[in-house]
Design a protein around this ligand. Sequence first.
Ligand SMILES: [Zn+2]
Length: 224
Amino acid sequence: MNIKHHLDEATMVSYAAGSMSQAMALVVACHISVCPACRERVNQSEAIGGMLLDSLDEAAISSDALDQILACLDSEPDLELEVISAPAPAQSRKSSDCIPRPLQDCIGNSLDDLEWKRIVPGVYFYELPYKTEKGGVSRLMRIAPGKAMLPHTHNGNELTLILQGSFSDEMGRFTAGDVADLDSEIEHQPLVDSDVDCICLIATDAPLKFSTLLGKLVQPMTGF
Ligand SMILES: [Zn+2]
């Protein structure tokens, strides 16, 4: 896998700190399961975070204070934690399979067996059950060769991981394993330029902003 587009530093820090939505964290977990470079950088962020916590512990928390915190925790009802599976090492994946392990845990190992919903001819989506922040989505998109998404910007962040096929937009060309990590500044219109359907995992943390009238008209129907 020849990965050219990686995660932003801010995205990795947010993931390592556990402060992003479940939907966004799934895209990050899937990318780092196939990208050793980003996996290494996430590990470093986690290590730095751990060191900061350790130094805070030593400087500011007496053993007595720690006892009090533990007593408090004991008296709280059990919290239901939202856990996303840890990414598996890339080499444990079957070579024939383009679904990263964290996603397989959610949808199984066949993209064809999913019940895709049609938006317009050649453009399909599959809704994932992961939680998003206000108005965001967690979806697989399946777009036929030669089709384009409508041009749009974002009210928040958009993370897209390419599972199969490729597309090009104002940022460059994206193929399997690449991640498009976009913030609200960027306007783009992805065009599928592979000879197979392009299938992507997408998470947003707010609704998209379509820049054409057609986009605005179809937005209520597509849920983007
Ligand atoms: Zn990467």
